[in-house]
Design a binder for this molecule. Structure first.
Ligand code: GLU
Length: 478
């Protein structure tokens, strides 16, 4: 029922936000937004030796960057497991009182010996249940698992998955030192946060029957489960650092746009017909957990970059300007104060860059004068004849009435006719002089966007460099 959906993303802050985690967060977020439900962020930091505040900050920032906003969670207190020990204790007591859990005094050595015996018989080790009937009042707290029967997890993605109780053992809820175990915390959190749907990676599927039995022992309704398949590398093994970048931060640093990342992650395992490009609104409208594939999805960097390019091509100019500005600043470059001019520059670059990083590279000539001119082209074009042509261009461009792309093109056409040249002759010379390179966005747009003063300054600098090269025996343009 709408309004009743409560889902959560529950990262363990033992590292950066992995793309797999980001996709899990996204699927939960989409599910909540689609159903008008609540999306909760919970930090599973009970593993104190590996959880750090820096990692929490990093995960929070990555989620913010992806614009996956949560309705409940940090910084509100109570959403970190380390703040919830009273709840775990309380629930453990309830299980003891109801006779659904018992204390076990077996020593690690005893258990180890039993494990070794099982291994020798080629069997999976299951705790024998030796302490079940001893009525102990301290030790490790174990959940009493029924000896017979099976638990069926009716997974929304995988369908029913049956777990025979003979394969499960009386697992530990609270260790001898009083600390609750991971699976127990998850159950208590999910019931107390009234989670309706648990959407998580299928590496947790094997935990699910244990958790389901714990819900039942506590007398709580069992939520629905959806276990999302793993993200794989090109070799079909689980995506890991061996395959390259795996953290959301790394993609941000490559210059991937947050919207493109969200779109790409959504399509990793979820589909709606053949469509590849979805706005956030469309994703929210169309997302259904039933359309998530039960097999692993391969992470494809080329496709991500293709998608990112599609976003760069079509994103609103002002938004692109806002996204690129920190990149320019980091590269020591300053965008023009005139916002329309800046957007005009970006418009000429969209086709040419798949990432924001590439966009800065192909467009940096707009924001700084060329430090050098491509040497091979300079040797060919900055000849005495080239220097003369640059002189002519400087005079004519200083005098042209309107410094717009069409007026500049008309002037160039008139000049090449008068000089018996082809347009390319003057265009390549100008391009090299102004951008330092032999390839650039359409030349007359570039000149108009740079403006008269800047264009003239660059042409003069190139002319002077060319003149120097002609008189220096070593040549060159350094
Ligand atoms: N903390 C677990 C993880 O990061 C998620 C557990 C869950 O979603 O139930 O893999």
């Amino acid at each position: 029922m709408p309004g009743d959906v409560r889902v959560r993303f529950a990262p363990s802050p033992t590292g950066h936000l992995h793309v797999g985690g980001a996709r899990t967060a996204l699927f939960n977020w989409l599910y909540a937004r689609h159903h008008g439900g609540v999306f909760i962020l919970r930090i599973e930091d009970t593993d104190r030796s590996r959880s750090t505040d820096a990692n929490i900050g990093d995960i929070v920032n990555a989620l913010r960057w992806l614009e996956l906003d949560w309705d409940e969670g940090p910084p509100t207190p109570g959403y970190r497991q380390t703040e919830r020990f009273d709840l775990y204790r309380e629930h453990a007591q309830r299980l003891v009182a109801a006779g659904r859990a018992y204390y076990c005094a077996c020593t690690p050595e005893q258990l180890e010996a039993e494990r070794a015996e099982a291994q020798a018989r080629n069997e999976t080790f299951r705790y024998s249940g030796r302490c079940r009937k001893l009525g102990l009042t301290s030790g490790a707290l174990r959940l009493r698992i029924p000896d017979e029967g099976a638990t069926v997890v009716d997974d929304l993605i995988h369908g029913p998955v049956t777990f025979d109780h003979r394969q499960l053992d009386d697992w530990i809820l609270v260790r001898t030192d009083g600390t609750p175990t991971y699976n127990f915390c998850v159950v208590v959190d999910d019931v107390t946060m009234r989670i309706s749907h648990v959407i998580r990676g299928n590496d947790h599927l094997s935990n699910t029957p244990k958790q389901v039995l714990c819900y039942e022992a506590l007398g709580y309704p069992v939520p629905a489960f959806a276990h999302v398949s793993m993200i794989l590398g090109a070799d079909r093994t689980r995506l890991s650092k061996r395959h390259g970048a795996t953290s959301v931060d790394a993609y941000r640093e490559q210059g991937i746009l947050p919207d493109a990342m969200v779109n790409y992650l959504a399509r990793l395992g979820w589909s709606s017909g053949d469509q590849e490009i979805f706005s956030r609104t469309e994703l929210v409208e169309r997302f259904d957990i039933k359309d998530v594939s039960s097999s692993g999805a391969i992470f494809d960097q080329t496709k991500l970059e293709w998608l990112n390019h599609e976003y760069i091509k079509t994103i609103d100019g002002a938004r692109l300007a806002a996204l690129v500005t920190p990149w320019l600043t980091a590269a020591g470059l300053t965008p023009p104060a005139d916002a329309a001019r800046f957007v005009g520059m970006l418009d000429t670059l969209r086709e040419r860059a798949r990432t924001l990083r590439e966009l800065v590279e192909v467009g940096r000539f707009y924001f700084e004068r060329p430090r050098e001119h491509e040497p091979k082209a300079a040797a060919k074009l900055f000849t005495p004849a080239g220097v003369q042509r640059l002189d002519t261009l400087i005079q004519r461009l200083a005098a042209v009435e309107s410094f717009t792309a069409p007026a500049l093109e008309a002037l160039y056409r008139e000049l090449v006719d008068a000089m018996g040249l082809k347009l390319v002759d003057l265009a390549q010379l100008t391009r090299l002089a102004v951008t330092g390179r032999t390839a650039s966005p359409p030349l007359f747009d570039v000149l108009a966007l740079l403006g008269r003063e800047e264009t003239l300054a660059r042409l003069r600098a190139a002319r002077d460099a060319g003149a120097r090269a002609a008189t220096s025996p070593a040549g060159g343009d350094k």
